[in-house]
Write a protein that binds this ligand. Sequence first.
Ligand code: MG
Length: 502
Amino acid sequence: MIAWIALALVSFLCTADASSAPPNIILIFADDMGYGDLGSYGHPTSHTPNLDAMAARGLRFTNFYTTGAVCSPSRASLLTGRFQTRSGVYPGVFYPSSVGGLPLSEVTIAEILQTRGYATAMVGKWHLGLGLNGTFLPTRQGFQHFLGVPYSHDQGPCGNLICFPPNITCVGTCDLGETLLPVFIDEKILQQPVDFTMLVRMYERFCQGFIEEAVSEKRPFFLYYASHHTHYPQFASSRYAGRSIRGKYGDALLEMDGTVGELLQTVQKLGILNNTLFIFTSDNGPETMRKERGGSSGLLKCGKSTTYEGGLREPAIMYWEGKIKTGVTSEMSSTLDLLPTIAALTGANLPNVTLDGYDLSQVLLNGEKSPRNTFYYYPPSVDTNKGIYALRMGKYKAHFYTQGAFHSETTPDPDCHVTAPLTEHNPPLLFDLDKDPAENYNLLKPFIPKDLEPILTEILNERDRFQTNMQYAPSETNKGKDSSLKPCCNPQCTPKPSCCHC
Ligand code: MG
């Protein structure tokens, strides 16, 4: 870590001005990591030196939102700049045998950058569909290269889900009756089942090769690295296993942070640090049902699968040596804003579709105010009749519906648990998130104060406007399953799935 920081300044001073060249983009996406999981976000025992150093030299966001409290919808919005409801990636997530996927008509960040001449690659967890003959793989969505798993690494049989050291099975439910977990290279299976002890190292080498090749070809590049960490079940290679005082979760986090360090060093060594934008965030809040093996939303309420702050507010760090306004910002921002921001920074054209994101480039480069003043919270189980469960306008957040979730079990707050039923609130619950980010004090109880009536009216009007204008695409996750779609490296073998072993 120290090496890249020390050399960063030298790199900045010595490298020829590349300001006219479009920047390289490295987008790192963690999985099920909560707002409170990084050292730089206050966790007392997480060891994340590379991410923390990147935060110190870049911009750290404290009001950054993802759109989905589970994996697939969140990833759809990240790559398209649109709510998952517009692409049909709802309710819930994709499975290995899912018929649907992110529609190919959707335009991704990779696609807008590809038309700008970028080299593009996706590494890690995709989770936006597989489909017949790989119809929905990253290679069909603007990524020239793909190395990774098409879905979550818990979507396999129990025996496949071993933590380090091998032969120690993971704790908790995991057998979803799926096939052995495959690693794909482009559209072919490279390995099945995955060797978790070598997986991240393989990813790192691939990323390094991809970046080196793009630089040697003098092409800007877009690398989307979607880590399996820190989704359950936790794993780490021998370089990291047992090294964290935070246990299995801490080891997985340490390995992910190590990859961030490797990427930083690669970029630094190639002399492109001052023309590379790093973006780091996570797809959804922590899976607290895994107890100490799950993440933490810190001071925020509940976690994964809920529309409380812990479900959707995430750590987010952006780093661009010598270019970005450094520090901490509480400006409201979202994964939805990444596509328009990247388009502005690279000169790429915006797709000709309804976007839900804003261009944050002036927040990054000049410390200006965010153009975003509202955020809309969809639950994982989107119901088009109910629409959003909550809406944030400025510092105020109104909950129209609340519901606990299985994924947010085990914390002391009963509102988070699966036993907390779907409840409609009329008038809504209203919180001042600047003064009360933990959503403890409902401002409309026991009565609606006169001075809050105007903002309440404004919020309700905005809810109506948003709901009226939302065009829901047909659900892709409800298109059903077909077991013949389960990937197998040896398609003619029997008995499946155990024979899919290469
Ligand atoms: Mg996730």
